[in-house]
Unconditional design. Structure first.
Lengths: 546, 535
């Protein structure tokens, strides 16, 4: 039996991680027990008189149904005290010394992450109301076109999340395998928008047909409701506590026997990876061993990118998905090459008087360059590339595609201009074509950047995100920082007009998208910066939008 | 014929037989119909394949059965073919399969293989919901499935599957054959981890914590909701049956074991309990060591085996049986060092073992087995497992064409291929391997006609202490069978028509059959041909 399952080695289940809120018990005011509700930016309220300052009572409720949650465990973490709720969701703590405590609530099947499960403390006649968000479930059945169940398919959930103000699709790492009836069930999901993916089959299976000696077949990765690309898959909007059914069918594909010879700029190491293109993503990936440059494998039809490494551990690949399989093929020659690199040239402009190119190691302490792969459709592939290493004069391993270039300066340096083959990368995307060398990214830095030093008007429990925005039409200039003890700072700002806004929920907002951000800017503070200026600001924090 | 290794203790036998090699230009066919073994109805669109018995896992032809269940494989060379079928709701199975045996279809001149009726046995399911006494779902419970059968030669209850309950407390075991099953649940209440963390806190207040009733545990619970195995109810599963077996777990106050002087064992402390003779990890929570003290909490009262595996170079296993009725404190230093069971494998000439080879001790009465790896020089030591006193058969597994020949021992009594371990004396085994192995090929007949599907048993002399010398097979479609890797000695050969539920290694139960059996003496490195009358 599985030892890891039998022994709970002090690992809490994902359902029962503590959800923290802070409750300040007013030590000195016996009759005005100030329940400072500090989540979500609502101002502190004064409760009705509370005669027993050494008592905490409350109720744990389901945030969706409002029903009490029975047998939830409420803990006062700092005090090492715990209580279990009764059938009416009620709990009580007595003999408290009137100190500041953290309350956590645990209950299987209710969601844990603080950013999802906002356990709000309300003060209603001294009783605390702790809301827990019930977890959702996606379940379904995987069948063949004939309606036969397919067993042993790994089903994954892919969730939309916001990272750095950009929308990304990430694998939730919550998965299930279909059972003998083809059924799967993925529980414990926080409310979110999901795609459901069926992983490619691990082993090819024999493809039964009326003809003896039929081909082997595989199932490529596919998405609910049975499509090969994330971009045309149907998202599932899963509310708190909801159970959503997602049935879909998989279509087996015959494989072809493919043999060939790989050639590269250097000796190719023992294995390469064949990746079949499906929209923005790959839907079938297979490792293939290589001996003296030769390989033989079985693959379904399609266009493949082949990735490998040289014996010097340098990445080599085909130019995009250029290897096409449509039948059995013997001894195809396939050239592999080093992927595209984009040179980076940094120049400095010292107050408009002195222009010079700076060497790589110095340049890296002045500016960082990130290239964000842009996708016209949802994709779980991360096509980002960045300028790595102090001695690197180029961005290596850039796959063909469309990129948004992000430049972050350090100290008083600010970007004066940035171009790539005549394109202003501050406002326009860079297109890296397949199979040809792109132009260098040329950046001019100037050391007259301005600084904004700020404080939030009141202390918050959560770290607050502060955005500094310069509207530029199609693409805003956006800087984001997280406050530390209510303080924040921006350096290296070009002269000009800026908007400033502090918001508790900005870490979950797609603020890099002007359409999303612009509606918030009407309530932002505005600031005008001169070269070398240091501006001090105090910002009010806005609460969650919903 | 014999299939690949399935299930419990089956010796790995490489099927190295040759084709009936009067290979001419003629080709042959296997034709027949797939039918549902329960209803007798033809089964359309079943996946049917054939493989030669030399390459069982590489089907040479595969097809889907027609509307009338028919299938036809043609262009076949003479030889023995394994017929395999499956369909949704019918787990993959071989023609006339019984455990790890099946009847191969033999094709060739003068043999009929035209009207094969391939009966597919439908799957059955055991599933249910696990709740606690508060009627709440028990999630992430470990659910073990045991099956009682005589596949190993004696009636044993052995573990066949394991799963976890889901967020609703549901569990599900699919693809089950008919038989007698037991469901056992091992779980901890979800809130016991909170009890454990409260206990670790420096401000731990035992009175306040105890009043919460969080430090609870579910004892290992057997269907239909009992905590001792003798009261467990077997679930009798027929083919094509879906049985719901719900269980209610009742939490009891948890106990803890404090192990002092555990510093040299901290990487290898484990608590096990015996479920139908199989040692499984007990539901418990092992805490990070504090100084040289290790605590295991969240344990139900009962009997456990506590194993302390030393990290020191001498790698001795300290262990003891713990009867837990209240919290216990154990001093690792005074804990009994188990008498080691060690030994060496030897052979005439150079020892050149497969790296996958290992030594297994198997208690034929309880079904319990312990394994240990072999050093390159053939030395081995059972230092990872507690060898419970008892009588064990000694095996070399994955030894290719090498078998345990003779055993001599200090500290243990040797009878035939068995050793008796008393649990108080260190044991050293000297195992001499044999590669002078013989083969019997033969025909099972009844009244002069070939008899397919019979169980063929080669019973050694002094069968009580020579379980490893038994050999079995199932007769193929032409009545032929093959018994390999036979050690020299005296045997009796029997063929039984309906022997598949028989405790075939129990000489008492075989007695009536043995009275009519053919006696034979097998000499080293020989090939014999014997025709046996099916009883």
């Amino acid at each position: 039996m599985n030892a890891a399952k039998a022994k709970t080695r002090r690992l809490k289940s994902r359902f029962t991680n503590p959800v923290m809120i802070l409750v300040a018990l007013s030590f000195w005011s016996a009759w005005i027990s100030g329940w400072t509700q500090e989540v979500g930016g609502i101002e502190p309220r004064i409760s009705k008189p509370e005669p027993q300052r050494d008592v905490i009572t409350g109720t744990v409720v389901n945030s969706v149904t409002g029903e009490p949650v029975n047998r939830a465990v409420v803990q006062l973490a700092g005090l090492n005290r715990a209580a279990m709720t009764d059938a009416s969701g009620h709990f009580e703590f007595h003999n408290l010394a009137g100190v500041r405590v953290s309350i956590t609530v645990d209950k299987p099947g209710f969601f844990d992450e603080r950013d999802q499960a906002e356990v709000l403390a309300n003060v209603e006649a001294s009783a605390l109301v702790l809301r827990m968000v019930p977890a959702g479930v996606i379940f379904g059945k995987i069948t063949t076109a004939n309606g036969d169940p397919i067993e042993g398919v790994r089903i994954e959930t892919i969730q939309r999340q916001i990272l750095g103000g950009r929308q990304v699709w990430i694998d939730r790492m919550m998965s299930a395998k279909t059972d003998d009836s083809g059924s799967f069930r993925i529980a414990g999901l926080p409310p979110a928008i999901y795609y459901v993916a069926a992983e490619q089959s691990q082993e090819p299976t024999w493809m039964p047909s009326a003809i003896p000696n039929g081909r082997k077949q595989i199932y490529a990765q596919s998405y609910y409701p049975g499509v090969s690309q994330l971009g045309i898959a149907s998202p599932i909007e899963l509310g708190a506590g909801e159970e959503v059914e997602a049935n879909f069918l998989l279509v087996g594909e015959p494989t072809y026997i493919v043999a060939g010879t790989l050639s590269g700029p250097d000796e190719i190491s023992a294995g390469v990876v064949f990746k079949r293109q499906a929209g923005q993503d790959f839907d079938f990936i297979q490792s293939v061993s290589v001996s003296d440059g030769k390989f033989k494998t079985e693959l379904p039809a399609g266009s493949y990118t082949i990735d490998g490494y040289t014996s010097q551990n340098a990445h080599i690949s085909t130019v995009g998905p250029s290897f096409v399989i449509s039948s059995d093929t013997a001894d195809v020659p396939i050239p592999l090459n080093y992927p595209v690199s984009i040179p980076v040239i940094i120049r400095t402009d010292l107050d408009g008087r002195d222009f010079q190119q700076v060497n790589d190691s110095t340049a890296h302490s002045m500016v960082e360059v990130k290239m964000h792969g842009k996708s016209s459709a949802p994709s779980i592939l991360n096509r980002d590339a960045w300028w790595a290493g102090a001695r690197s004069s180029e961005i290596s391993n850039v796959e063909p595609g469309t990129y948004e270039v992000e430049l972050n300066t350090f100290g008083q340096w600010r970007v004066e201009s940035a171009t790539c083959g005549g394109i202003d990368v501050l406002n326009d995307d860079v297109i890296v074509p397949a199979g040809s060398q792109p132009s260098a990214i040329e950046i001019t830095l100037r050391n007259d950047g301005a600084t904004v030093i700020g404080t939030l008007a009141r202390e918050t429990v959560n770290n607050t995100t502060v955005l500094l925005v310069q509207q530029r039409g199609a693409r805003n200039f956006v800087r984001a920082v997280t406050t530390v003890a209510g303080n924040f700072r921006f350096d290296g700002l070009a002269p000009g007009e800026y908007s400033l806004i502090a918001f508790d929920g900005f870490d979950k907002l797609e603020y890099m998208n002007p359409k999303v951000l612009d509606s918030y800017l009407s309530i932002a503070a505005h600031i005008s910066l001169q070269p070398h200026a240091i501006a001090n600001v105090t910002l009010n924090v806005l609460g969650p939008s919903r | 014929m014999r299939l690949h290794l399935i299930g419990s203790i089956v010796l790995l036998v490489v099927l190295g037989g040759k084709l009936n090699s009067q290979v001419g230009k003629d080709t042959f066919a296997i034709r027949g119909n797939v039918v549902d073994a329960v209803t007798g109805r033809p089964m359309e669109r079943a996946e049917v394949s054939i493989a030669t018995i030399e390459h069982l896992d590489k089907p040479v032809q595969e097809l889907l059965s027609g509307n009338d269940g028919s299938f036809s494989f043609s262009g076949l060379r003479p030889g023995k073919y394994l017929l395999v079928g499956r369909k949704s709701g019918f787990n993959e199975q071989s023609y006339e399969q019984h455990g790890s045996f099946a009847s191969a279809i033999v094709v060739g001149p003068g043999l009929t293989s035209d009207h094969v009726i391939f009966r597919l046995h439908p799957d059955s399911v055991i599933g249910g919901k696990i709740t606690d006494s508060e009627n709440e779902a028990v999630t992430n419970a470990t659910v073990l499935l045991f099956r009682r059968d005589a596949n190993s030669g004696f009636m044993h209850t052995s573990q066949v599957a394991q799963t976890m309950s889901d967020d609703r407390g549901y569990y599900h075991f699919g693809h089950l054959g008919s038989g007698r099953y037991f469901v056992v649940v091992s779980a901890q209440p979800w809130y016991s981890s909170i009890a454990a963390s409260l206990h670790e806190s420096p401000e731990y207040d035992p009175i306040a914590a105890d009043s919460l009733h969080l430090d609870m545990v579910y004892p290992a619970t057997y269907y239909p909701g009992v905590t001792d195995s003798s009261s467990a109810s077997p679930i009798v599963l027929n083919e094509n049956q879906n049985i719901i077996a719900d269980l209610v777990l009742v939490p009891t106050p948890a106990l803890r074991i404090t192990i002092n002087h555990a510093d040299s064992f901290s990487s290898g402390v484990s608590l096990k309990q015996s479920i139908f003779g199989t040692l499984v990890d007990a539901a418990s929570t092992e805490h990070a060591p504090v100084g040289d003290t290790v605590e295991i909490s969240g344990i139900a009262s009962g009997t456990y085996i506590l194993e302390l595996d030393s990290r020191s170079a001498s790698a001795a296993l300290h262990g003891r049986v713990v009867e837990l009725g209240e919290d216990a404190i154990i001093d690792a230093n005074s804990s009994a060092v188990l008498p080691a069971v060690r030994g060496k494998i030897q052979i005439e000439g150079e020892l050149n073992l497969d790296p996958q080879a290992f030594v297994r001790l198997w208690n034929s009465r309880t079904g319990g087995a312990v394994d240990t790896a072999l050093a390159a020089n053939g030395e081995f030591s059972f230092n990872q497992d507690f060898v419970i006193p008892g009588t064990y058969s000694v095996f070399l597994i994955n030894g290719e064409s090498l078998m345990v020949g003779t055993i001599s021992a200090t500290g243990a009594k040797v009878i035939g291929q068995s050793i008796q371990v008393n649990g108080s004396t260190p044991v050293y085994l000297s195992i001499r391997l044999s590669h002078t192995l013989s083969t019997i090929t033969g025909m099972a007949r009844r009244k002069g006609k070939p008899f397919p599907g019979a169980m063929i048993i080669l019973v050694p002399e002094d069968a009580d202490s020579n379980w490893p010398l038994f050999r079995r097979d199932q007769s193929d479609s032409d009545g032929s069978f093959t018994l390999r890797d036979i050690l020299p000695g005296k045997y009796k050969l029997i063929a039984i028509e309906n022997g598949w539920n028989l405790e075939w290694a129990d000489p008492a139960l075989l007695k009536t059959h043995l009275d009519h059996a053919i006696g034979t003496e097998i000499h080293p490195n020989t090939k014999s041909e014997i025709t046996v009358e099916v009883q």
